[in-house]
Design a binder for this molecule. Structure first.
Ligand SMILES: N[C@@H](CCC(=O)N[C@@H](CS)C(=O)NCC(=O)O)C(=O)O
Length: 211
């Protein structure tokens, strides 16, 4: 059983997307980041950087004591290795997948997060910051579009943890003032993932969490 410390946000969705796709048993533990629950001492023992997602796997493969992990990229890698799913064992596709996973956690996620902040949540309007992150967002969509023009999935021939890491951020394209018609290969990839039954289950769960 996996305990997932979660809120219905892009980084939380990455892990429910994976768990639904791989059909691993899990339990959601809601962390209300709008009320500061991420700073509670018991949560900081699991996630010292005060962010979701985090997991505790009570049945790790080595049969030892529970494993506790934070950082979405590492959690995806751990779960892929545990389940043998969504990460190729073939050398080239495996490392191409990990390359795009690292690209997401170091670039796409943080930059789009800043974009959301300055465009929608900052207490002051700072045109320079809004423009900077809008331009960077467009650059990142272009990078992804070029990759998906030559490959069906980010890692290569198979749907993987790299696609799962990126999709919840692209799902917020309207908030980023991005018109997916300008990025046809991304649009096609986005729709292929949106309509997967596992994606629908994960996003449905997010909606019921919010209500
Ligand atoms: N690098 C982290 C980022 C996680 C992250 O930013 N989580 C947000 C929600 S999407 C959060 O918990 N924010 C609470 C806070 O910063 O206090 C990861 O990939 O797991």
């Amino acid at each position: 059983m996996i305990d997932l410390y979660y809120t219905p946000s892009p980084n939380g969705h990455k892990i429910t997307l994976f768990l639904e796709e791989a059909q691993l048993k899990y339990r959601l533990i809601h962390v209300d980041i709008s009320r500061g629950s991420q700073f509670r001492p018991d949560f900081l023992l699991i996630s010292p950087n005060n962010k979701i997602p985090a997991i505790i796997d009570s049945a790790p493969e080595d049969g030892g004591k529970p494993i506790s992990l934070f950082e979405s990229g590492e959690i995806l890698l751990y779960l892929a290795e545990k389940s043998g799913k969504l990460l190729s064992g073939e050398l080239r596709e495996r490392h191409t997948t990990l390359q795009w996973l690292f690209w997401q956690v170091s670039g796409l996620g943080p930059m789009l997060g800043q974009h959301h902040h300055f465009s929608h949540f900052a207490p002051q309007t700072i045109p320079y910051a809004i423009e900077r992150y809008q331009v960077e967002t467009q650059r990142l969509y272009n990078v992804m579009n070029k990759r998906l023009e030559i490959s069906p999935w980010l890692g290569g021939d198979h749907y993987s943890i790299a696609d799962i890491a990126c999709w919840p951020w692209i799902n917020l394209h309207q908030r980023q003032r991005i018109d997916l018609d300008n990025y046809p290969a991304v649009n096609n990839w986005y729709e292929r993932i949106r309509t997967r039954p596992a994606t629908e289950r994960a996003m449905q769960q997010a909606l019921s969490e919010k209500s």
